[in-house]
Design a protein around this ligand. Structure first.
Ligand code: SF4
Length: 191
């Protein structure tokens, strides 16, 4: 079925029609060849490397497509018996971890009371974080409760991991915080 520019715009503007693509499909237009061709072009001549999504213990299988050593696509591996080519939203966004113009590449610091952020050196930021952790722990550490129970903890710090931290990082991270006596440890993936 042929759809003119006017029909396409009408479908796009139509509130009841949902998306233009939905409207086109509703008119009986099949998008399969176009989608298949776009997919083919994106990964044409790409090297395919099997891998695993790093984000949770489900361990969904992925296929990573690279051209000249640069990642051009990551998708679920249909050969996997447990994810069968699918990925959850986190896994489906792995590509954006590698290729993303919005990714922060500098360390930002906002001084107490300031409203603007400023770029600082990573070394300075690491020293500042270490200094504040030590100070807070020293000031708040509780070795025993009033009833004599040994707890060796601080209630003054809280660790919150991000959804894109992988299994290995989270393992090391919780060991680090527990070693300092921090007991409030959570990961944004489960909140
Ligand atoms: S985060 Fe999602 S895609 Fe990744 S392994 Fe877990 S369930 Fe699979």
């Amino acid at each position: 079925m042929l759809v003119g520019r006017r029909d396409f715009l009408r479908l796009t503007a139509s509130a009841g029609a949902g998306t233009a693509i939905g409207g086109l499909v509703g008119l009986g237009v099949t998008l399969a060849p176009a989608v298949a061709r776009a997919q083919e072009l994106r990964i044409k001549d790409a090297k395919t490397t099997p891998s695993i999504c790093p984000f949770c213990s489900v361990g969904c299988a992925t296929l990573i497509h690279t051209v000249d050593g640069k990642i051009v696509n990551i998708e679920g591996d249909p050969r996997s018996p447990h994810n069968e080519g699918t990925l959850c939203p986190k896994g489906a966004a792995i590509y954006q971890l590698h290729m993303n113009p919005n990714r922060a590449t500098t360390v930002l610091h906002r001084k107490p009371g300031a409203k603007d952020w400023e770029v600082v050196e990573l070394e300075w930021a690491m020293d500042r974080v270490a200094e504040l952790i030590k100070k807070t722990r020293d000031e708040t550490f509780i070795d025993k409760l009033p009833n004599g129970k040994l707890v060796n903890m601080t209630p003054a710090m809280f660790a919150l991991g991000g959804a894109t931290l992988d299994n290995e990082f989270n393992h090391v991270c919780q060991k680090f915080w527990r070693g300092l006596g921090v007991v409030a440890i959570e990961n944004q993936a489960r909140i």
